[in-house]
Design a protein around this ligand. Structure first.
Ligand code: AHR
Length: 530
């Protein structure tokens, strides 16, 4: 006779045996992650500006990445490389933040129009700054990719007059000397500047200011730096974005509190419409993680670290709510993304890193946090667009490669200006050693044409997840879209193997209002449900 313990052992062997023999055994219904999508309770609009990009004069971000010059053999339009423009067009980039970054607080716009002055870039590698890519080239670039300008004016080493004149130069339709100069430089019509950052990290590289000192600068710049474009005087006004926090510690909460309290008590003569926030995903600034050639430990630690964005957004939103319960001021996370050790052999001041499937998942987790805070977070700019930090694109002379983060941003295009739809699910957990984080993440939204989109992330790099999503409020039959995954946690695209990580099509049936879909390990899936 078999004892109970021997019976259990026997049963385990049979179960284990059947899993080994029949690896494709169906997952039991109770093992599935239940996701519920309720279209009857739509939330706020997911502002397309959360998909913004950042292009700083840093390393090969602008020079080589965007600008090759009109004499280059690399196919270009007025000096701007055609391959990069075509790739970025597909992302429907809503805005590009330029010229920095720390660079912005040392940038003098006049050196980048007409006859160019050759200067230095002390922040980033101490290299020569040719100023061949200046105001007109930037405006041409964003026009070519179908985007809009988010300019940062120099508060650190500039003056309110210099910034005010830049805006007059860009936006006035009236025949002032600056307008005539702009026309002589090829652009008689006023430019549109939808977003304006007043300084950058003024608490640090932007001038080491105290919150009170910066506040004085903000009120002066906000008063005098005007947009004169007649098309931007009504509802389409330029958003002025104040420098905000760079973390969650007391120093940063005090900063947010100082600016927001002053804004609440402001007089008619100054205003702002946005507060910026910077937050990079980095573990140990002194000894940063590698961007490639890492294992599951570093994969799980970085993804856990990136979830701190939620805590940070919540913390600063609570302070903002105190002074601005109507949420008039947008929180603009205008620098975010992964920051790893520079690639061996690269100039450390150029911030060159690889971009793996881990970064695509990291981007999805952050974008989902922004979407869930869509009522307050109405802008964000990943750092940076090309060849720098968590880039969309990497170039090497005439070669170009699209990164996993590029593919992820492309998959998220339907979420631009879509209406947030609440999703509930039990995320479960995924652990590696001491690191535990939610296994599944999801958001849903209805796009501007009314189509429903569902995003599902499986953080677990080892096991697939079966999802059973119930969709109420629409009569759905099927789901189609794309899924992005890769063989290894550090899989990357290279110039030699540019398609190692790229999305593949996925489709599933909806039966009795339930969508069943299997998520590959370490994957992001976006489907439309109809
Ligand atoms: O994105 C690189 C740098 O990081 C930016 O110039 C600066 O604002 C931040 O510290």
């Amino acid at each position: 006779m078999l004892s109970t313990s021997r019976l259990t052992k026997f049963a385990s062997i049979i179960i284990l045996g059947s899993i080994i023999l029949f690896p494709n055994l169906p997952v039991l219904a109770q093992d599935r992650v239940q996701v519920s999508v309720d279209t009857s309770k739509p939330g706020p609009k997911i502002d397309r500006n959360i998909f913004g990009q950042f292009a700083e004069h840093l390393g090969y971000g602008v020079y080589e990445g965007i600008w090759v010059g009109t004499d280059s053999k690399i196919p270009n339009t007025r000096g701007i490389r055609n391959d990069v423009v075509a790739a970025l067009k597909a992302l429907k980039v809503p805005n590009v933040r330029w010229p920095g970054g720390c660079f912005a607080d040392e940038y003098h716009w006049r050196k980048g129009i007409g006859t160019r002055a050759v200067t230095l870039n002390p922040n980033w590698g101490g290299v020569v700054e040719p100023n061949t890519f200046g105001t007109h080239e930037f405006m041409d670039f964003i026009d070519q990719i179908g985007s809009q300008a988010y300019l940062s004016v120099n508060v650190g080493s500039g003056t309110p007059q210099e910034a005010a004149e830049w805006l007059e130069y860009l936006t006035t339709p009236l025949p002032t000397s600056l307008q005539k100069e702009r026309a002589a430089n090829g652009h008689p019509a006023p430019y549109k500047i939808p977003m304006l950052g007043i300084g950058n990290e003024s608490w640090d590289c932007g001038g080491n200011m105290t919150p009170e000192y910066y506040l004085r600068q903000l009120t002066i710049y906000s008063r005098f730096v005007r947009n004169f474009n007649p098309a931007q005087q009504g509802r389409d006004q330029m958003l002025k974005v104040a420098v905000g926090p760079g973390g969650g510690e007391a120093r940063w909460t005090e900063w947010t509190d100082t600016i927001m309290k002053a804004w609440e008590k402001r007089q008619w003569s100054w205003d702002m419409q946005g507060l910026s926030m910077h937050n990079y995903t980095v573990i140990n600034w002194g000894n940063k993680f590698a961007s490639v050639g890492f294992g599951e430990k570093e994969y799980s630690q970085i993804l856990k670290e990136t979830l701190k964005m939620e805590e940070l957004v919540t913390k600063h939103s609570v302070i903002m709510d105190k002074y601005d319960p109507q949420k008039k001021i947008a929180l603009i996370v205008d620098e975010w993304g992964s920051w790893y050790a520079p690639l061996p052999g690269s100039n450390p001041g150029f911030l060159v890193q690889q971009n793996s499937i881990r970064d695509a998942i990291l981007a999805a987790l952050n974008l989902n946090i922004f979407a869930r805070h869509a009522d307050r977070v109405r802008g964000a700019n990943i750092a940076q667009m090309i060849n720098v930090l968590q880039a969309m694109i990497m170039t090497d002379k005439e070669k170009m490669v699209l990164t996993p983060t590029y593919h992820l941003f492309k998959m998220y295009v339907p979420f631009q200006d879509a209406t947030f739809i609440p999703v509930t699910f039990n995320a479960g957990t995924y652990s590696n050693g001491d690191t535990t984080l939610p296994r599944v993440d999801a958001i849903a939204a209805k796009d501007t044409s009314g189509k429903l989109w569902l995003e599902l992330t499986n953080v677990d790099p080892n096991d697939a997840v079966e999802i059973e999503a119930s969709v109420t409020g629409i009569n759905a039959n099927s789901a189609t879209g794309e899924t992005l995954t890769a063989p290894k946690v550090d899989s990357v695209n290279t110039f030699d193997a540019p398609n190692a990580v790229k999305p593949k099509p996925i489709s599933a049936k909806v039966q009795n209002g339930k969508l069943t879909i299997k998520l590959d390990p370490k994957s992001v899936t976006v489907v439309s449900i109809s």
